[in-house]
Design a protein around this ligand. Structure first.
Ligand code: BES
Ligand code: MN
Ligand code: ZN
Length: 490
């Protein structure tokens, strides 16, 4: 996709689609008024017919302009409440436009009202690129190809440099988010642990990053018994992946992002019912987000050192499968009593988190589709954030706000901690049903030592069962935008 800006009059610009925006309850003025006048009041009449009031997400479509203006088609988009207008509004508006259009227009122009200042161009470009996303690799082609190729942003004043910088950043973030989406959307027969490792190695090569991949033998040799145990029920061998981004100059800080990479979660011997097993190809969304983050980081070059760590395997029921009552010794030496083989994510993460501690990083952030309980607590659009450092949690939640991803903190309620005490080992892998997202986080806390750590449970927002207004069906790439923004501002 190619982005340009132009100072030309909105009525003159030759384009497939002109998008103009209006706040809720606002009168027609500026570009909206001049387009409406040129079209003989068509926007006004259609808006009234459809009871359009400028609400965010609503729009009026003028599908033909009969040569009265340069644009072939006009979309009047609601921008919602004027007082709440932000780069986030523009990202959503652009997303809706691209989503509505799909293959319908290849040249799209946005009116000047979308450029509200610093960061707005990036948000607009990001919105268009993410909104235009689709996963059709496995559809036999029906000639419906095409889509948005050129985007023009009308702007009276703009500096080349600022425009280029914002587009560059938007492209890095969108491409990385789409990589994560693609990985999640691939069927599990394709997206195996070894395929995931191949992609990691390609991302590392392309970005000039170090990449270490441990196979089963190396995983066992190093004492990563958690990953080894969970993978035993599967014919697919596990992988442990370590990518390193190193800034040119002495790093300001170092951090590790850790992803859960269960490429299919059948539940293991504690097998899931059929309805819950469907969509469990998405159980590697944390790992996909980590690779997206590393890809973006290699491109945007922050001044912090970033380690990307991934534990990846399948959770299956094969003859050698790990069992309830088994005891596993994790990489840091602590022992785990297996109560339920379906609580496998925390087991594979135990090795990755303790490995991160050994890297002596300043901070660890993990991303995992860890618990159904987190979805019960927060719904399917919001991630749960927990951890041992309030400062880190606050900064992540703040970054999420700016990036347009929803995150909410859940409390580490000390009264729940006894839930995971075990009689035979250092801990059990599950407590009771209640507070399941929290006891899962408390389990993970056993493996982070004294390192500042935040855990992001993305079970809800990582995957959409149905398309939402500004988010696609299937993999969403959740977490990439927040953490890239967090790392860039670190
Ligand atoms: N991968 C699941 C969590 C999950 C559920 C993610 C639904 C996305 C959508 C995880 O491995 C799991 O099975 N968790 C169990 C834990 C339980 C056995 C304590 C769960 O949430 O039911
Ligand atoms: Mn599970
Ligand atoms: Zn799982």
């Amino acid at each position: 996709m190619d982005f340009k800006y132009s100072g030309e009059n909105v009525n003159k610009i030759s384009t497939d689609l002109l998008v103009v925006g209006i706040f809720k309850g606002d009168k027609f003025h500026g570009s909206v008024k001049s387009v409406n006048d040129a079209l003989g009041n068509a926007l006004r009449e259609l808006a009234d017919d459809e009871n359009f009031d400028g609400e965010l997400g609503k729009s009026v479509d003028v599908s033909r302009t009969f040569g009265k203006i340069g644009a072939k088609r006009v979309l009047l988009l609601g921008l919602g409440d004027k007082l709440r207008f932000s780069s986030g509004t523009v990202r959503k508006a652009a997303n809706i436009t691209a989503r509505k259009l799909r293959a319908a227009a290849s040249h799209v122009t946005f009116g000047p009202e979308f450029n509200g200042g610093k960061g707005y161009i990036a948000a607009l470009a990001e919105g268009v690129m993410l909104g235009a996303y689709g996963f059709d690799k496995y559809k036999t082609k029906n000639g419906e190809e095409g889509g948005i190729e050129n985007v023009v942003i009308v702007s009276e004043s703009m500096k080349d440099r600022r425009f280029e910088d914002e587009i560059f950043e938007a492209k890095a973030i969108s491409e990385s988010t789409c990589l994560a989406r693609d990985m999640v959307n691939e069927p599990p027969v394709y997206m195996t642990p070894s395929r995931l490792a191949d992609i990691a190695s390609a991302v590392a090569d392309e970005g000039g990053m170090r990449c270490e991949i441990f196979d089963l033998e190396e995983i066992k040799r190093r004492g990563m018994e958690g990953i080894a145990a969970v993978s035993r029920g599967s014919a697919e061998p596990p992988r442990f992946i370590h990518l390193t981004y190193e800034p040119r100059r002495k790093p300001k800080a170092s951090l590790a992002v850790v992803g859960k990479g269960i490429t299919f979660d059948s539940g293991g011997l504690c097998i899931k019912p059929a309805d819950s097993m469907r969509t469990m190809k998405m159980d590697m969304a944390g790992a996909a987000a980590v690779l997206g983050i590393m890809k973006a980081v290699a491109c945007l070059k922050p001044s912090v050192k970033v380690h990307g760590l991934i534990s990846t395997c399948e959770n299956m029921t094969g003859p050698a499968a790990y069992k309830p009552d088994d005891v596993i010794r994790a990489y840091n030496g602590k022992t785990i009593e297996v109560i339920n083989t379906d609580a496998e994510g925390r087991i594979v993460l135990s090795d990755a988190l303790s490995y991160a501690v050994n890297l002596k990083v300043d901070e660890i952030i993990d991303l995992a589709t860890l618990t159904g309980a987190c979805m019960v607590a927060l719904g399917t659009y919001t991630a749960g954030v927990m951890g041992n450092s309030q400062k880190l949690i606050d900064r992540i939640i703040k970054a999420a706000g700016g990036a347009g991803e929803k995150m909410w903190q859940l409390p580490m309620d000390e009264e729940l901690r006894p839930e995971i005490k075990s009689d035979v080992a250092d801990m059990k892998n599950v407590g009771s049903r209640w507070g399941g997202a929290i006891t899962a986080a408390m389990f993970l806390e056993n493996f982070v030592g004294n390192t500042d750590w935040a855990h992001i449970d993305i079970a809800g927002p990582a995957y959409n069962e149905k398309e939402s207004n500004w988010s696609p069906k299937g993999g969403t790439g959740f977490g990439v935008r927040t953490l890239v923004s967090y790392i860039m501002d670190r």
